[in-house]
Design a protein around this ligand. Structure first.
Ligand code: COA
Length: 322
């Protein structure tokens, strides 16, 4: 049986940092409020001339180096992003050119904060079926471009960044299962209601911003993430105690703590990076994974549970042996 296995990870955060104290000068908020309600202390923002593809490229180069892979080895590129550089080519195709890869499949996936888990699920299926042997899977976002910096209810939450993995065919597990879900009927709770085909004028006037009913999103996220953890363990006939590391989407420390409580997991086994970069949407899980792999917390053979929830609503999980 062929599994897909992570052989390299990478992450990149842009240099520019916006702290909670910086935000105090922009909107009516405080470091204390943001820290208590979200756990976020700072976020990284792209400069005017940086794009999603720039961030993705840096993250992927790190992952390729760790995996010992060259451009010729790669036969699939998937970029999860809500903030692509251009309408087309896809960010994955732009990235393919930067990496010097020719002829591989390359496409974007848009599932907002669940994007990386969706991309991982798709890449896993390519590899299991023999359609690919070495995939680049990236979550990359420049969310700062769709944040209303005068809206204190949203601007404190989001940041820019990218995280990536190299996923390779292997006889050893690997990804055990992925679980992807969506329910579009919740569109109004979390949305940027404009785009190319609907309200292009708002996009051009730079008025296409994240709109969110935070409190309702919070409750849905906590309940849904608890359910998906149960679904994932049941599917694999595993117990909560079998999971070594929870690597959650980094949106809010209180959502992360609530999921950890449901798993009866001590926070010592939960990878938390939300304080460093806020909610970077599709980039947040691979950024957290990369940090814990590189600092030696996550060891080969350990069992990892990845889970995410985001606009759509979309939600998903991946259980794997690292
Ligand atoms: N600074 C200070 N006060 C703020 C504020 C800010 N940045 N943002 C909102 N407030 C105020 C509100 O106006 C409200 O004031 P009021 O009681 O006078 O009306 C009060 O704080 C409480 O607002 P509420 O929205 O109930 O707070 P909350 O505890 O739900 O926290 C979020 C708000 C956004 C932090 C929280 O709901 C959340 O994280 N939701 C999930 C968001 C998310 O993760 N989205 C992405 C999913 S992938």
């Amino acid at each position: 049986m062929t599994y897909s296995r992570i052989t390299g990870t990478g992450g990149y955060l842009p240099e520019k940092v916006l702290s909670n104290h910086d935000l105090e000068k922009m909107v009516d908020t405080s470091d204390e409020w943001i820290t208590e309600r979200t756990g976020i202390k700072k976020r990284h923002l792209v400069s005017d001339d940086q794009t999603t593809c720039d961030l993705a490229e840096q993250a992927v180069l790190g992952a390729m180096e760790m995996a010992g892979k060259a451009a010729d080895d790669i036969d699939l590129i998937i970029v999860a992003t809500t903030t692509p550089d251009q309408i087309f080519p896809s960010t994955a195709c732009l990235l393919q050119k930067r990496l010097g890869v020719h002829g591989s499949a390359a496409f974007d996936i848009q599932a907002v904060c669940t994007g990386f888990v969706y991309a991982l699920g798709v890449a896993d299926k390519f590899i299991r079926t023999g359609a690919a042997r070495c995939a680049v899977v990236v979550g990359a976002e420049t969310l700062s471009r769709i944040v209303d910096w005068t809206d204190r209810t949203t601007c404190i939450l989001f940041g820019d960044g990218a995280g990536a993995v190299i996923l390779e065919a292997s006889d050893e597990p690997g990804i055990l299962s992925t679980h992807l879900h969506a329910d579009g009927s919740y569109e109004s709770l979390l949305t940027v209601p404009y785009g190319i085909s609907n309200g292009l004028d708002k996009v051009l006037e730079k008025e296409a911003f994240i709109n969110m009913k935070g409190n309702e999103v919070f409750k849905m996220a906590v309940n849904t993430l608890g359910r998906i953890v149960d679904e994932t363990l049941e599917h694999n006939q595993m117990e909560k105690t079998d999971v070594d590391w929870l690597i959650p989407h980094q949106a809010n420390i209180r959502i992360i703590q609530a999921t950890a409580r449901k798993l009866k997991m001590s926070m010592d086994h939960v990878v938390v990076t939300v304080h460093e970069h806020g909610n970077t949407s599709a980039a947040s899980i691979p950024l957290a994974l990369n940090e814990a792999v590189r600092d030696g917390r996550i060891q080969r053979g350990e069992t990892l549970m990845l889970e995410a929830f985001g606009g759509g609503f979309t939600w998903g999980s991946a259980l794997m042996k690292y």
